[in-house]
Design a protein around this ligand. Structure first.
Ligand code: UDP
Ligand code: MG
Length: 319
């Protein structure tokens, strides 16, 4: 019988543990019983609440449950990665613990997988439940991401909730980089991809752990892992503005010489100086922007060169 692994990262999800596992049992495991074997991999991402204790209790009732304990809080991406490394299924489905990803879709995902799709994305048809800020910033961000990565199409409105065939999981696991963003890595490895439309629900219980800081980090990691194009553009801009900077310095010097020779009146000179100072300020601002893009990539290069692991699994608890 084919095995399906569900990979669920959990950080401070004590309010969700039993509701989540009961819902998965009701909506996924029972309807497909006898046709598929299930493995549920819950990753405790350094939770400070009772998530781990509750998972251990649930394991006494649920023999399909595997608990992966991380050495500390590593963040959602790393937690999913630990799950992908542990999963043994023929297909693997990462999903959030808060039931925002509707589990009833999983049956359809499996049907598409059986038809030959190696990746089945759950595409959100509407993000109405997200805040206006999150919706708009995501829209602009994905458009930009796809511009800088013409060969890799990163689908808008797809998070980590997707079905991945064993081949895809093995390829993703074998990618050697330490800065990993799954939503970039999956389109990067390729394979036959299908989609199912879903309406993403509100978090069932508990609180979101995605402050603006974490969103900015994910965005930053996605950009540097998708393409080095911004770096190339930033280098071109640096060269262009370095030339402009030189020209404006030459212009300023010329004006002073003209003033010294009494060819230019003082009023004119004030106007010109003001203009030049403004140009210099603009150039300085743009150069700082360019330098920050370059430092993003230098940061990534340092991370990769240090060969640090992307996640550390402390313990895998199985029954
Ligand atoms: N999560 C995690 N580690 C973290 C933050 C979040 O494993 O440091 C998990 C969390 O428990 C949930 C999933 O990642 O299963 C998505 O997080 P959340 O629902 O808080 O994010 P949002 O849906 O608000 O973007
Ligand atoms: Mg959520």
């Amino acid at each position: 019988m084919k095995k399906i692994s569900l990979v669920i990262p959990m950080y401070n999800e004590e309010a969700m543990v039993s509701l989540l596992l009961d819902t998965i049992n009701e909506k996924v495991v029972k309807p497909l019983e006898g046709r598929y074997q299930f493995e549920i991999i819950a990753i405790n991402d350094g939770s400070k609440d009772k998530t781990l204790d509750l998972l251990k209790e649930e394991q006494n009732k649920n023999k399909n449950l595997t608990i992966v304990v991380l050495s500390r809080n590593w963040g959602q991406e790393a937690a999913v990665r630990a799950g992908l490394m542990t999963a043994t299924g023929d297909a693997v489905i990462p999903m959030d613990a808060d039931l925002q990803d509707p589990p009833e879709i999983i049956e359809q995902m499996i049907e598409m997988w059986e038809q030959g799709y190696e990746v089945v994305n759950a595409v959100r048809v509407s993000r109405k439940k997200d805040s206006g800020f999150k919706r708009n910033s995501a829209g602009i961000f994905y458009r930009y991401l796809n511009k800088i990565s013409p060969k890799i199409k990163i689908p808008y409105n797809v998070n980590n909730f997707r079905l991945l065939d064993r081949r895809v999981v093995d390829e993703v696991n074998s990618l050697g980089e330490s800065n990993r963003v799954l939503r970039v890595q999956i389109p990067f490895v390729g394979f036959k991809t299908g989609a199912i439309e879903i309406v993403r629900c509100k978090r069932a219980r508990g609180e979101s752990h995605y402050p603006l800081k974490a969103m900015v980090k994910l965005a930053k990691d996605s950009i540097v892992s998708v393409s080095v194009k911004p770096l190339e553009i930033s280098l071109r801009i640096t060269i262009l503005f370095a030339c402009l900077f030189c020209l404006s310095s030459i212009a300023e010097l010329t004006l002073y010489i003209l003033k010294l020779c009494n060819i230019l009146s003082l009023d004119n000179l004030t106007l010109w100086s003001w203009l030049i100072i403004n140009i210099i300020l603009c150039v300085a601002t743009l150069i700082s922007g360019v330098l920050s893009i370059q430092s993003l990539y230098i940061g990534k290069a340092v991370e990769e060169a240090s060969h640090r692991p992307s996640v550390i699994i402390k313990e895998v608890i199985k029954k």
